[in-house]
Write a protein that binds this ligand. Structure first.
Ligand SMILES: [Zn+2]
Ligand SMILES: [Zn+2]
Length: 149
């Protein structure tokens, strides 16, 4: 998944959003953001431990929590065992997920413009019925990856 404007823009934005919360863009936080930019896909705590062996698990969890609070990182919906993390959508691009319930793997997919138009139309119609004002949507497809079938 490509990031709009590349890594520099993400780091600039990360520093700005943390500063807004009176927080610093520490080397640990920066290491996690760099990993997420480079990965270009949702990563697990195990992926982070593998890529950043010197970073204790407790610090990784704390950084992820801080980065989520700053709106920089999004947790991909899953149970705790299979938690995956990715950059917030406004730092990358709108996309959806294929979620394997067997191994927890998450595959990003970017739907066609026609697909998105159809989703938006249906969301608008449903929301109108409920007097609801829609801002965005998430669609995660649950199933089994090719390895787990
Ligand atoms: Zn799987
Ligand atoms: Zn969509």
């Amino acid at each position: 998944m490509a990031t709009n404007g590349g890594a520099d823009k993400v780091h600039t934005e990360a520093a700005a959003r943390l500063r807004h919360l009176d927080q610093r863009y520490t080397p640990g936080r920066r290491a996690i953001i760099t990993l997420l930019v480079d990965a270009g896909r949702p990563v697990s705590i195990g992926d982070i431990a593998e890529a950043l062996p010197d970073l204790p698990h407790s610090s990784a969890y704390r950084h992820l929590s801080d980065l989520q609070d700053a709106g920089l990182v999004r947790r991909v919906a899953a149970n705790d065992e299979f938690a995956r993390f990715e950059l917030a959508e406004d730092l990358t691009e709108h996309h959806h997920h294929l979620h394997c319930v067997g191994c927890g793997d998450v595959i990003d997919f970017t739907p066609s413009a026609a697909f998105e138009r159809q989703v938006a139309r249906n969301v608008d119609r449903l929301s109108e019925t409920e007097g609801f004002e829609p801002h965005s949507h998430r669609l995660d497809v649950l199933g089994l990856c090719s390895n787990c079938q």
